[in-house]
Design a protein around this ligand. Sequence first.
Ligand code: HEC
Length: 132
Amino acid sequence: MRVLLLIPGRFTLLTLAVSSCANLGCAGGAADATGTAAEDPLCVDAVPVTWDNFGHGFLAMHCHACHAAGTIDRLGAPEDATFDTVEQAWDWRDEILTVATGDSPTEPPSGGVSDIDRMHLYWWLGCGTPGT
Ligand code: HEC
């Protein structure tokens, strides 16, 4: 029963990720996010996403291979683009949203991030409480 209830939810989230990005451009929304998250249409249905419940694990899995201080070979990733801590992640908020969300994300270079994970990334850094 619980599984059946979750399936429509996943479809809703995926639809949101695709259609909202197509209409508004996730990256554009982020770059212009000078207003509050409450005014951002992509944040309306956002679930609470934080460093602890998503961000840290996401960055470790998809980004730290090239963007951690302890990375042996950064494969060309800029020295200062290091996302080891929640503070660093928020310092790089605008850049991360620009390159890793939106219609044509360029990071990670080899792809492999699902739409739903990119939506969670946006809900975290685009809609979440700064510093969390
Ligand atoms: C395989 C290595 C690799 C992985 C994994 C990777 N990146 Fe990168 N990243 C790079 C390289 C190389 C550049 C420099 C690209 C350029 O200059 O065009 C870069 C640049 C960036 C920049 C721009 C930095 C600036 O100076 O503006 C950001 C932000 C970024 N990456 C975020 C991410 C995020 C977020 C992830 C995970 C979702 C990720 N990267 C995963 C290699 C990687």
